[in-house]
Ligand binder design. Sequence first.
Ligand SMILES: [Zn+2]
Length: 319
Amino acid sequence: MSEIITVNGPIKPEELGFTITHEHIFIDLTRQGPGRNRVLDDFELAYTELMYYKNAGGISLIDQTTGGLRGGIAEGALRDLRTNKHALEIREISRQTGLNIILGAGWYREPFYPPHLNRNSTNQIADDLINDIKIGIDGTDVKAGILGEIGSDTTWISPVEERVFRAVARAQLHTGLTIATHTGGLNVGIDQLDILEQEGVDLNRVIIGHAHSYNNHEYHLEIIKRGAYVQFDRLGTTNKFEHDTWIKLIFQIIDKGHIGHLLFSQDVCLRSDYVGYGGNGYAHILTKLKYELLDIGMTEDQFKQITVDNPRRALIGDK
Ligand SMILES: [Zn+2]
């Protein structure tokens, strides 16, 4: 790929700059259970939170809010997320903040799927995704710039999830976009790579999301050996045990010479992740984690490699 597709049109790869690779701006997670904490739908609040990131030096953000996360269940709870306004609002907030936003196409995981995924053929699902990429998401002219997050709900991949993975692979081969996944436990990322590889996807174009959710260095090495990216994307956690575990795993990967496969993000998806609600927000990696990592031995150059060079390489397919 010679360009990166943002919600406001293509940019040159060198314009990407510092990038958080797995975030959410407007999202409805109420299929997991009720509660306002699981809904991000306030434009002004989102603007304020994103500006902390922008003012700290953030340039770009990948919003991986795929189908099933864009609203539809919590009747009355959401402002405009039920309609195609989702993509238009992402474009508007990109304009207002000045951030490059790359928006994902795809489907999240089975409990979040609409019924038609069980009825459509794999190729029909793929065609709809190609439409989101070539024409625009949900009937708009806002084009998707990545396929993801594409998930499996648990430690195995369900039959309909497998069909979505195959459809995503076919859309990848047709459009050249990168695939980013959601994993929820154990080594299910390997099963995801198996399906994508069977369909002919170059695994260098795949990001295994939430790879930190299985705290196992051998698992991470296996993903890397297959050519894919290992994403640590809840790095804004306020849980000290998780934080310390993940930092150790990150340095193990670097020590083995695999820094080129690492990606960082915070996966802001709850109100409690917002700075305004006591969380660490979108800017945490830039304002706090960076200095902690430099203090314990990471170089400025390594930090730049993970947060600037690797996101660019992951999006354009540069090995
Ligand atoms: Zn996510």
